[in-house]
Write a protein that binds this ligand. Structure first.
Ligand code: PAF
Length: 302
């Protein structure tokens, strides 16, 4: 592979794309790259001849009061990390991606985009699917590689591609974790040492549901338990579908936005009788930072 090229305009990206031979994979990111992104890049290299990494903090997917302004932007460090690993880094300024903001026409994630994470962040998935569609159109990849941590995003991107007949294959990559179990995320940078310790409640919960499989009742008991695994939390308060509540472990509080068992075929909450490979999705706020985690568990018993 030749050295990595930084491209910031759509026209230059089209030219560069025309020069890439063989199959092309895209890895879409908002920058602040970490080892989890590198894992996506390595997967992309395995499945395609050329790799385009997009590095763009998409304003459309941030709501009022969210961390759009504060979101870490570090293009030089990002470039250094992927230099020689990808063919192209596409890092456009906002006005290049959105000459009109918000765009007149955008993509709707529909009802499924207003549930769970979408209920917490209204409009978020419309913004994600709009930029994903634009980036797919600009890069024209054969494969797009996404991580499984943002489980609802992955499911909606898969629906986008299926429902709109987009000519790309979606490749999903497992969550990468620190040795402590914490799922890698650009937002981990916001956490203090104490917050990182607190955040381990997510991966502990993931390990507990995996140990509780294949019993549906045992999995639900874990998801309904307090942060220390013993006491039930309050019923949902933020949405009508999510299990939410404040729990405290140690000195600071963990606010669970949801702990859900989902039937991935319908993307509805799994009923009592649901069996098969079910999706567990977790979202918690720690020191004001929203963190996600997810896993797939086999459920074969009541
Ligand atoms: O997962 C992300 O980082 C973003 O949602 C994505 C897919 C790059 C779109 O902005």
């Amino acid at each position: 592979m030749s050295t990595t090229r930084l491209i910031t305009t759509r026209a230059a990206l089209r030219d560069a794309r025309a020069g890439l031979s063989g199959t092309v994979a895209v890895v879409m990111t908002m920058g602040a790259l970490h080892d989890g992104h590198l894992q996506l890049v390595h997967r992309a290299r395995e499945v395609a001849d050329a790799v385009v990494l997009t590095d763009f903090v998409n304003p459309l997917q941030f709501g009022p009061g969210e961390d759009y302004e504060a979101y870490p932007r570090q293009i030089d460090a990002d470039l250094a990390l992927v230099d020689g690993l990808v063919d192209v880094v596409f890092a456009p300024p906002v006005e290049e991606m959105y000459p009109v903001l918000p765009p007149v026409v955008s993509v709707s994630a529909g009802q499924a985009g207003r549930r769970y994470e979408g209920a917490m962040r209204p409009g978020h998935f419309d913004g994600v699917l709009t930029v994903v569609t634009k980036l797919l159109n600009l890069v024209q990849p054969h494969v797009a590689v996404f991580g499984r941590k943002d489980a609802q995003q992955l499911a909606l991107v898969q629906r986008l591609v299926a429902d709109l007949d987009l000519p790309v294959r979606i490749d999903a990559v497992d969550i990468m974790r620190e040795p402590t179990g914490l799922a890698l995320s650009s937002r981990n940078a916001y956490l203090s040492d104490a917050g990182r310790e607190q955040a381990l409640v997510l991966s502990r919960t993931i390990r507990a549901v995996e140990a509780a499989a294949p019993s549906a009742a045992a999995i639900r008991a874990v998801l309904d338990a307090d942060a220390d695994g013993t006491q039930p939390v309050d019923a949902a308060t933020d949405t009508d579908t999510a299990s939410a509540g404040d729990t405290s472990a140690g000195e600071q509080s963990v606010h669970w936005d949801y702990r859900l068992l989902i039937d991935p075929t319908t993307f509805e909450e799994a009923g009592e009788d649901a069996r098969g490979e079910l999706l567990v999705m977790l979202a918690a706020r720690i020191e004001g930072t929203r963190l996600l985690d997810a896993t797939v568990v086999p459920v074969t018993q009541p």
